[in-house]
Design a protein around this ligand. Sequence first.
Ligand code: SAM
Ligand code: SF4
Length: 328
Amino acid sequence: MIDSFGRKVTYVRVSVTDRCDLRCVYCMAEDMTFLPKADILTLEELERLCAAFVRKGVRKIRLTGGEPLVRRNVMGLIARLGRLVAAGELHELTLTTNGTLLAEHAEGLAAAGIRRVNVSLDTLDPARFARVTRWGKLDRVIDGIMAAKAAGLAVKINTVALKGVNEDEYDDLVAWCGNHGFDLCLIETMPMGEVHADRTEQYLPLSLVRSRLGRRWTLTDSDWTTGGPARYAAIAETGRRIGFITPMTHNFCESCNRVRVTCTGTLYPCLGQDSAVDLRAPLRSSASDHLLDAAIDAAIGAKPKGHDFIIDRGRRPAVARHMSVTGG
Ligand code: SAM
Ligand code: SF4
């Protein structure tokens, strides 16, 4: 699949649920209204959708949410998609999770053919963790991360940089990830969805974070890439990598290779734009995939050139939907 700007789309992020067992302050409002069940694709529909993308040349699928592991029987879907990896049709199946249910599922994920997981963790302080997630228990997440490691999964920690919240912890996170053999990725907050907080108060540019990290760690830019938007540096003292995802200070759209599908089957060709194509109607209106295939082709053809996130006092979010809708 090649879009009208010549970018090859080989990566799909699929949200399997809009629900979550946490309410991170930058991601969701506390009183979220979740979608009715009938609107959400069934596991069979999700599988059909993923298979259609793989047929069209997608080689990497990331399951996300909401929290993907709260979806009932999601492990069945993962096992079935894992067969596409075993058959060599899909190069990688992976997962972004908050880690609360990883302790239960880590071995199952490894058995299904998942080789690495991204775990979101913004702080190593239990009280702070409870505040950022509104009620989460840090211990459970740490247990989950260690279970993933024990199951042989490579772990990458994703940390959203939050001004005045976890600003003083990046050195500790680098050291902690170094000790456990995890890569770390720092992410700027993006203005997505109403969260009843002032985003100018949350936003911390990573250019600043990076120069502060440079006081303690020797960071050397690296060409290493996971095919995603992160720019990596090697950390000499730990031997691990640190990634910086900077949608606000650096626009990474020119090399974007991905599209996102929500749990209702809406395909968003760009994370930061409202344009979308519905795949649920073609999925549901025919048992054959020709309508679905045509809708996917139309969406790829309409992939926008890029996004334009601006965080400013009083400004509405760049897109109305929350990150938990498109899955980050
Ligand atoms: N629940 C899972 C998790 O937290 O890993 C998967 C979904 S979550 C929406 C995916 C990622 O998006 C997380 O790393 C989260 O920190 C990030 N995220 C959510 N809202 C964001 C925002 N407004 N700006 C930047 N990152 C955000
Ligand atoms: Fe849930 Fe992940 Fe959003 Fe936090 S970032 S509220 S864990 S979906």
